[in-house]
Design a protein around this ligand. Structure first.
Ligand SMILES: Cc1cc2nc3c(=O)[nH]c(=O)nc-3n(C[C@H](O)[C@H](O)[C@H](O)COP(=O)(O)OP(=O)(O)OC[C@H]3O[C@@H](n4cnc5c(N)ncnc54)[C@H](O)[C@@H]3O)c2cc1C
Length: 363
């Protein structure tokens, strides 16, 4: 069997590694001339490491990151609302570029083609064809890992467009050795997250409930009076690293597989979620490993098994993430913090256990 993956993001790269490892000859087509640049961090939870271990890159990724301990959710004065919620295994933060590099290094030579933007896609019950600037490629199955604004989804699915969540996020990297605490702090329609990165750096994000498309650039003012070390982190932020994103999410799809049974969506193309649970990439990795195991076991029909195995779980995670996002965008700060504090611990613990305790199929 031959597979084509569109998109060399975290989802597409993991799919390329997993599919090749499962004995399915796979090429990843990426439109850009280089993979993710240095500039932002990412947190990876135990379920992401279960997937990374299944494809053989877990240890390389651990070595590139910093383990997070004693992360808590606080209020804007620094009072702990929820202590460290991860008792389930590895939680690391690292530069996104290093994650991409570790995945790229695990691909067979020639399996990643940069500068290969996919234009038209044609699928029928016998196979798929895609056009790139370098010619037409054919395969038995096509995996569209082309992100939240997926062109393949728009062309082949009757799906709603992504929806603005009501929040925008600024991500940054600051030079600040010895960050004393890590976690996330909740104020009034504003949050701030901060974690250690290797090399005395800090990965931080500012989250504001503001209209989409704005040009606010007054973070120091908006976070004035928040607990230490938020002011220091903002002051030490590398301006070149500061990126703003309006956060969108994709309403749930009825299927991750198209009508021909030859094309499947993966990662953000299938289920872009708000980043509140730090799970978008982790879920894309779970997709990738599950997809490879299903295709190896069931052949082309494995796309349907993948849809069965993944859709309910990942749409549940996306719904939980959106609920958390709405606490912060819809409620005044005091009410959001009260809701966080009063969430029953046992049910939260059970949900975290089910989320983070995911087991990867053997490839
Ligand atoms: C503010 C923020 C913070 C986040 N933090 C975390 C976190 O801490 N932990 C976590 O797990 N997740 C996090 N996420 C989510 C995570 O970033 C995404 O879920 C993940 O990167 C999705 O990966 P992907 O491969 O599906 O899509 P993408 O990363 O969007 O990759 C899609 C790729 O497809 C390529 N492409 C698109 N169209 C074409 C085409 N026609 N031809 C060829 N190539 C094409 C693009 O160039 C791109 O490289 C966060 C998201 C945001 C917005």
């Amino acid at each position: 069997m031959r597979a084509l993956v569109i998109g060399g993001g975290i989802g597409g790269l993991t799919a390329g590694v997993a599919l090749n490892k499962a004995g399915i000859e796979t090429t990843v087509l990426e439109r850009t001339s280089r993979l993710e640049p240095i500039g932002s961090g990412i947190s990876l939870w135990p379920n992401a490491f279960a997937a990374l271990d299944a494809v053989g890159v877990g240890d390389a990724v651990r070595a590139a990151g910093t383990p997070q301990v004693n992360s808590a959710i606080r209020d804007h004065h620094g009072k702990v609302l929820i202590p460290d919620a991860n008792h389930h295994g590895d939680l690391y933060v690292l530069h996104r570029a290093l994650l991409s590099e570790a995945l790229e290094a695990a691909l067979p030579a020639g399996a990643l083609r940069l500068n290969s933007e996919v234009g038209a896609v044609r699928a029928n019950r016998d196979g798929v064809e895609v056009d790139t600037a370098h010619g037409t490629e054919r395969a038995d199955v096509l995996i569209a890992a082309d992100g939240i604004w997926s062109r393949v989804r728009t062309a082949l699915w009757d799906a709603p467009a992504p929806v603005y969540s009501g929040a925008s996020a600024w991500r940054m990297i600051s030079d600040l050795p010895d960050l004393p605490i890590s976690g996330e702090s909740w104020g009034d329609k504003a949050r701030f997250g901060y974690t250690r990165l290797p090399g005395g750096k800090v990965y931080a994000f500012a989250d504001l409930a503001v209209p989409a498309g704005g040009h606010e650039n007054d973070l120091a003012q908006r976070y004035a009076g928040w607990h230490a070390p938020i002011g220091e982190i903002l002051a030490a932020a590398d301006p070149a690293s500061l990126i703003r994103h309006d956060i969108h999410h994709l309403p749930p799809l009825a299927s991750f597989v198209d009508g021909t049974g030859r094309v499947a969506l993966l990662g953000d193309a299938a289920h872009a979620m708000t980043p509140d649970l730090g799970q978008g990439a982790g879920q894309a990795m779970e997709d990738a490993v599950t997809l490879a195991a299903c295709l190896r076991r069931d052949g082309v029909a494995g796309l349907w098994s993948y849809d069965d195995a993944r859709r309910a779980r990942v749409q549940g995670v996306a719904a939980d993430s959106l609920r958390l996002c709405r606490l912060f965008t819809a409620l005044p700060g005091w009410a959001a913090r009260l809701a966080l504090r009063s969430a029953p611990k046992s049910s939260m613990e059970k949900r975290m256990g089910a989320l983070l305790g995911w087991r990867a199929p053997v490839l």
